[in-house]
Design a protein around this ligand. Structure first.
Ligand code: NAI
Length: 334
């Protein structure tokens, strides 16, 4: 029986990159049923909650979702659908593999990093209030439970993937209590993994080292805000937001999504690069142990990029549809 996946195409370029990804999955032989759901601005326009209960129930039931980007209003308006979804489903680990790809122009040739970001607390706890007019307080929450859990996830991931080193990134020299706790938990967990090298860097120094010698790092583990920023910095090292995948993983379920947003500047123009969501689908296939299908898609991506076929964000001239046609043709020729 085929597996059912919750599908959230999102808005902006979301529906375009989702359609491309489904074409590639089908061509490669993935036998999934999709339960397509609406969230974000479209759900609000239909008079409802931006994250309807039905969406959360669908992911809980299917345990897997593939998600396109959802626009979040800046300042006033509804709370980020992404943040709410991660919290509601306890998707505590955000995983972003960042690897240079042949045929994708980038400043470095040998980047192979994995950013593991704590997804449930830090400054994203949404605890903000106005103390007096003109003074606002945002609370950064760091707990022993979440810090230990994310450190263990990073070491387990490193061990499973045959990686040799995990680096904790923090600002414990200034935020001695909050980041200090995060670092203490990391060091305690590291003792359980003597086969994996463990070290740490202060976040500002880390950013400098990443833009000068990214090849020196392996797995990075960070609290929420640093992880958010460093994973986009990392995307810039390997060709930009159009190619980088992401996954939000909990104890028994996972949501796979591209790192990029809804890109309103290019939405509806057949200009979006679908590779980020396709790479996220490949991560999903590997999570589901569908390695043969994942390998087929990876091989087609290499063939197409290697032949110089690229979308505009990567310096090519193909639109979303033509690039997807090339991928499907490469899969079928395999
Ligand atoms: P963005 O990622 O949508 O766009 C940044 C720049 O990258 C734009 O110039 C865009 O054209 C380009 N870009 C992004 N994805 C691309 C792709 N696949 N192919 C080619 N070019 C691509 O970031 P922005 O503009 O800051 O955010 C737009 C909206 O998306 C906001 O409402 C934001 O809250 C939301 N957002 C949603 C995310 C999600 O649902 N996971 C993640 C990040 C942002």
């Amino acid at each position: 029986m085929s597996r059912t996946i919750t599908l959230l195409p999102g808005d902006g370029i979301g529906p375009e990159v989702t359609a491309a990804t489904l074409r590639v999955l089908t061509a490669a032989g993935a036998d999934f049923e999709y339960e397509s759901m609406i969230a974000g601005a479209e759900a609000v326009a239909q008079g409802g909650d931006p994250l309807p209960d039905a969406v959360i129930e669908s992911v809980r039931r299917n345990r897997i979702a593939l998600k396109g980007p959802v626009t979040t209003p800046v300042g006033r308006g509804f709370q980020s659908v992404n943040v709410r979804l991660r919290k509601a489903l306890e998707l505590y680990a955000n995983l972003r593999p960042l690897r240079t790809l042949e045929g994708v122009p980038s400043r470095f040739e040998d980047v192979d990093l994995v950013v593991v970001r704590e997804n449930t607390e830090g400054l994203y706890s949404g605890l903000e209030h106005e103390v007096v007019p003109g003074v606002v307080e945002s609370l950064k929450i760091i707990t022993e439970k979440a810090s230990t859990r994310i450190a263990r996830f990073a070491f387990e991931y490193a061990r499973r993937q045959g990686r040799s080193r995990v680096t904790a990134v923090h600002k414990a020299n200034i935020m001695k209590l909050s980041d200090g706790l995060f670092l203490d938990c990391f060091r305690q967990v590291a003792e359980e993994y003597p086969d994996i090298q463990a070290d740490d860097r202060i976040i500002d120094n880390m950013c400098m080292q990443l833009v000068t010698h990214p090849e020196r790092f392996d797995v990075l583990v960070l609290e929420n805000l640093y992880g958010d920023i460093v994973s986009d910095l990392g995307a810039g090292l390997v060709g930009g937001l159009g190619v980088v995948p992401g996954a939000n993983i909990g104890e028994s379920m996972a949501v796979f999504e591209a790192v990029h947003g809804s890109a309103p500047d290019i939405a509806g123009q057949d200009l979006a690069n679908p590779l980020a969501l396709i790479h996220s689908a490949v991560l999903m296939l590997r999570y589901l142990k569908e390695d043969a299908i994942a390998a087929r898609i990876d091989a087609a991506i290499q063939t197409v990029l290697g032949a110089g076929q690229r979308t505009r964000d990567l310096g090519g001239d193909l639109g979303t549809s033509a690039f997807t046609d090339a991928l499907v043709a490469a899969i079928e020729a395999d």
